[in-house]
Design a protein around this ligand. Structure first.
Ligand code: NAD
Length: 467
């Protein structure tokens, strides 16, 4: 059998894990500062160019959704790491009299981060910030679908880290599979639920812990009390940003049937303002990442047309440019692929409901989403929807932005993910909460040692009753 091509790299990191893990918070912040400088200054133009070459991502969107999230994560970690790394004293019950207890966050060890293509920098370096903060050695495996971005990330990593602390491996599925055979202590995977299952199975071989940041269909409910124009504007932004290739973009709309027409005319108007009537010429509009995804999305539109759905906005395509106009489609039957698959592209299906209970029942027929959005002016309705659905994250009267609050845990639930990231939750994902009990004086537990006498039985009876 051939030797795993990454075993030497893995062993280098494994041999170095205590050195990396026993660093002070200052040493970790120094590494993060170097990463920040590389992203914000040295490589900024290269990052922008790489993303333009990968899928024509506009500069401002690169700054806002790739550079800013990583830089702000570094700032947040820098402000808090000292306190996160401190041991946390906890209570010790009376039955353990004479002891004290605390929790200490120790690094998991050698970690693997596998990332997707849709926000290559954000979703590779974001988790890296948490992994470094927690004191781990890390192997990064970004997506093969955004090769320009992967190359720049490889250069940044080689520039500021030694291979035995952080290394980046470029490659596709075979590379990912080879890495997954190695006994990493933690695997942080961002990608589709289907590949998430492959990752979790591989992790089980070594009982590696996992954080799975997955996707799925994120519903958006708009009730009849909502401010329709504001909702349409925010959804036009959240859905068509990054060409709809966002794990938390509104996948489909569930709208009260009495306000559907108003919503469609509002979103039409906002899309025109954002991208003009000819989005193909707009410098604010990105492209589909590759031909395979273009074909998949084209298939969704054709399937909708065959099923006599109504194309309310857009529907035009240019394969050579991998361009799909911002598209809104209504009157879809349930079997339409747009209502079955995660869309991950610039197509927004709209489905109407008569009662909120009907909308909730529909959502609950599907796996738990990564995000569920609610547009409503009635607190009673928002509370009711939250109580009767399950989701990884929710925004009320907005979308996507819940991702950007470091104080909130980010992640899904079951099919949309396992574990959380960002801020303290990211630090926690890459740490083991080690429980420590220290015995100071003889203590009450001396009484439980054999031989078992009647008096000891009485003490146990008393303990069960009172402590
Ligand atoms: P993907 O699952 O196809 O690929 C992700 C990574 O896994 C890539 O690095 C790829 O090389 C690797 N990979 C692919 N197939 C593999 C296999 N068979 N074995 C081992 N590794 C394999 O996902 P994608 O197309 O890059 O991204 C889109 C998906 O990611 C969507 O489902 C989206 O919702 C999800 N996503 C989730 C989040 C989140 O934070 N929850 C963020 C972005 C994207």
């Amino acid at each position: 059998m051939l030797e795993n091509p990454y075993i030497t790299l893995f062993n280098h990191q494994k041999n170095n894990r205590f050195k990396v893990g026993n660093t002070t918070y200052k040493a970790r912040l120094k590494k993060l500062k170097a990463l920040r400088h590389a992203i914000e200054v040295t490589y900024k133009d290269k990052i922008r160019a790489a993303l333009y070459n990968d899928f024509k991502k506009p500069e401002l969107e690169v700054d806002l959704t790739e550079i800013y999230p990583v830089v702000s994560e570094i700032k947040f970690v820098s402000a808090n790491l000292k306190s996160w790394m401190k041991r946390q004293k906890v209570e010790t019950p009376m039955a353990l009299l004479g002891a004290s207890s605390w929790v200490t966050y120790e690094p998991k060890g050698v970690c693997l981060i596998i990332s997707p293509w849709n926000f290559p920098f954000n979703l590779t370096f974001g988790p890296l910030v948490s992994a470094i903060a927690a004191g781990n050695a890390v192997v990064l495996k970004p997506s093969e679908m955004t090769p320009h971005s992967s190359k720049v990330m490889a250069d940044i990593v080689a520039d500021i880290f030694t291979e035995d602390e952080v290394a980046l491996v470029e490659g596709a599925v075979a590379t990912s599979k080879a890495l997954l055979q190695l006994p990493f202590n933690h695997i942080f995977f961002t990608g589709s639920p289907a590949v998430g299952k492959i990752v979790m199975k591989a992790a089980a071989e070594h009982l590696a812990s996992v954080t799975l940041e997955l996707g799925g269909k994120s519903p958006t409910i708009i009730d009849k009390t909502a401010n329709i124009s504001k909702a349409a504007r925010k959804i036009a932004w959240g859905k068509f940003l990054n060409n709809g290739q966002i794990c938390v973009s509104p996948d489909y709309i569930l709208i009260d049937e009495t306000v559907k027409d108003a919503f469609i005319s509002e979103i039409k108007a906002h899309l025109k303002t954002f991208y003009t009537a000819h989005a193909e010429q707009s410098s604010a509009y990105s492209r589909v990442v590759n031909e395979a995804h273009f074909d998949r999305l084209q298939g969704y539109i054709e399937n909708a047309q065959q099923l006599n759905a109504t194309i309310e906005v857009g529907g035009t395509l240019n394969k050579a440019e991998r361009f799909i106009a911002p598209t809104v489609i209504s009157n879809l039957p349930e079997e339409a692929s747009l209502l079955q698959d995660e869309i991950f592209g610039p197509i927004l299906p709209i489905k109407t409901y008569k009662t909120i209970a009907e909308a909730i029942a529909y959502i609950n027929t599907k796996p738990k989403p990564l995000a569920l959005y609610i547009y409503s002016k009635r607190k009673q309705n928002t509370n009711y929807i939250i109580k009767h659905t399950r989701a990884g994250t929710t925004a009320i009267n907005n979308n996507v932005l819940q991702y950007s609050n470091h104080y909130l845990p980010f992640g899904g639930s079951n099919n949309s993910g396992i574990g959380k990231s960002h801020g303290f939750y990211g630090f926690e994902a890459f740490s083991n909460r080690r429980a420590v009990l220290k015995q100071h004086t003889k203590g009450a537990t001396e009484f439980i040692f054999p031989p078992y006498t009647n008096i000891k039985q009485k003490i146990v009876d008393w303990t069960i009753k009172w402590f």
